[in-house]
Write a protein that binds this ligand. Structure first.
Ligand code: NDP
Length: 424
């Protein structure tokens, strides 16, 4: 049913009925917001409990300590807040990358400025980590305080969500406050040059890499050496993030930055990155699992293939969008659209409608395969990514259909497969 017709019927109802229906709608939205707030928050704690206890089965009920001081530690909160403050300062410093215009903001003629220095900030964090390590600071104590660190992270994003809600209230954009809390009101909340969404996103990814370094150091702490498998998985993930930040201008046009409002939903997804994405290196560190060398070689080749598809397709589209007249595209076949933009039908984008998602999924599988098959937990990330990208592909397809009409239908007719050629 069209949303418009539902709205029309509501408008035609007697006032008391319309009021009741609108209250019911709001209650449903509030319940969903409360449910997902609790679900995502608990989910992080469940994953962290598995990482602490080494009780890896997803079927066993987690056992949480019942002392409050096992969750809350002022020192950990101060360290986390200090580290996040440093990420904010590094983002705003006029060093490490140029300042560029983002996409035009919806309902406004403004283009926001972004400083593209994520690669520089990642490097500073890694150097800082090694300086701390060489100075004798016990960086692995983070590993021992994982539960307190999680609580601190959750408290911080609750705080940000409250501030965002208060800010929305001030600007008069309220409505259903649970919905505002969860889905957010503003697309890109800013205080001067400071962009909360962008810095939280980057910090989540940097936190993931630091967590991997901590897991490697922890292997040394235990009197062992990290396994080759652990080093290789951490290497894959570092390569992925370094690439992501090296081509940072691609992030500015991603759905999260352009279309998603900043509320608890997005903030908790950013917070999940260091805790949930570092599960594989944590698992390898704790179980000391070692994959035979020939399997590692096969997984490394698969990773390179995934990377080749991912990088090749993303760069091809980004370059084409930036400069369609580049001689590189002279022999490419394209479909013209009424907006003036063309759609690529040759190269990667003629293979399937989202070759970049295919590359991403292959890469993600290569993080999980080295963990063997005795535990499902390391496979949760590729599974979530698959579900997320399938949903994203559908949404993006619907938006492209609205934007390009007939031209998009022709493209879908020419390029039949969505993500996996000859399969899906
Ligand atoms: P995409 O980079 O795939 O962009 C989709 C857009 O590309 C469309 O809206 C359309 O925009 C354009 N497009 C589609 N088909 C064509 C074509 N044939 N020719 C030219 N342009 C076309 O979307 P995302 O922002 O979702 O993904 C960006 C990257 O981020 C991907 O590599 C993805 O895998 C990755 N990612 C990773 C995640 C993770 O957790 N690891 C999570 C989410 C994303 P227009 O025409 O307006 O240019």
């Amino acid at each position: 049913m069209l949303p418009g017709s539902a709205r029309q019927r509501t408008l035609n109802k007697p006032k008391d009925k319309a009021d009741k229906s609108s209250t019911d709608d709001n209650t449903a939205t509030s319940k969903t917001a409360v449910f997902f707030t609790l679900f995502f928050t608990s989910w992080i704690f469940v994953i962290v409990e598995k990482c602490i206890t080494g009780n890896w089965s997803i079927l066993t009920v987690p056992r949480f300590p019942n002392y409050i001081n096992r969750y809350i530690d002022i020192k950990t909160f101060v360290i986390l807040t200090g580290w996040f403050g440093l990420q904010c300062i590094l983002y705003m410093l006029p060093v490490g990358g140029e300042s560029v215009d983002g996409l035009q903001i919806k309902d406004s003629r403004k283009r926001l400025k972004y400083r593209l220095n994520a690669f520089f900030v990642l490097t500073v964090n890694i150097i800082g980590f090694f300086i701390a390590l060489l100075s004798g600071i016990r960086v692995t104590s983070v590993s021992d305080k994982l539960l307190q660190l999680t609580t601190s992270g959750v408290l911080l994003i609750f705080l940000f969500s409250i501030v965002l809600n208060l800010r929305a209230g001030k600007s008069g954009k309220t409505g259903n406050s649970f919905n505002n809390w969860f889905n957010g009101v503003e697309l890109n909340p800013r205080w001067g040059l400071f962009d909360l969404k962008y810095v939280c996103f980057r910090s989540g990814i940097i936190g993931w890499i630091l967590m991997n370094f901590i897991n490697i150091s922890k292997a040394f702490d235990n009197g062992d050496r990290p396994s080759v498998t652990l080093l290789i998985v951490a290497g894959f993930q570092l390569l992925y993030v370094a690439d992501y930040f090296w081509f940072e201008d691609g992030i500015l046009v991603s759905r999260d930055i352009v279309h998603e409002h900043l509320g608890y939903n997005l903030l908790v997804q950013f917070l999940m990155i260091p805790f949930c994405f570092a599960v594989q290196t944590r698992y390898l560190m704790m179980t000391k699992y070692e994959l035979p060398w020939y399997c590692l070689l096969a997984v490394s080749i698969l990773n390179l293939i995934g990377y080749w598809i991912y990088r090749g397709s993303n760069s091809e589209k980004n370059n084409f969008r930036k400069n369609p007249d580049d001689p590189q595209f002279a022999n490419y076949e394209v479909i013209p659209t009424s907006t003036g933009k063309n759609l690529l039908v040759s190269g990667w984008w003629g293979l399937c409608r989202h070759p970049n998602y295919l590359g991403d999924l292959i890469i993600s599988m290569t993080y999980a395969l080295p963990n063997g098959f005795s535990c499902f937990l390391p496979y949760l990330n590729p599974l979530f990514l698959f579900v997320m990208l399938v949903g994203r592909e559908r949404t993006d397809g619907d938006e492209c259909r609205k934007r390009y009409g007939e031209a998009w239908e022709t493209y879908c007719h020419r390029v039949k497969y969505r993500i996996i050629p000859y399969v899906y």
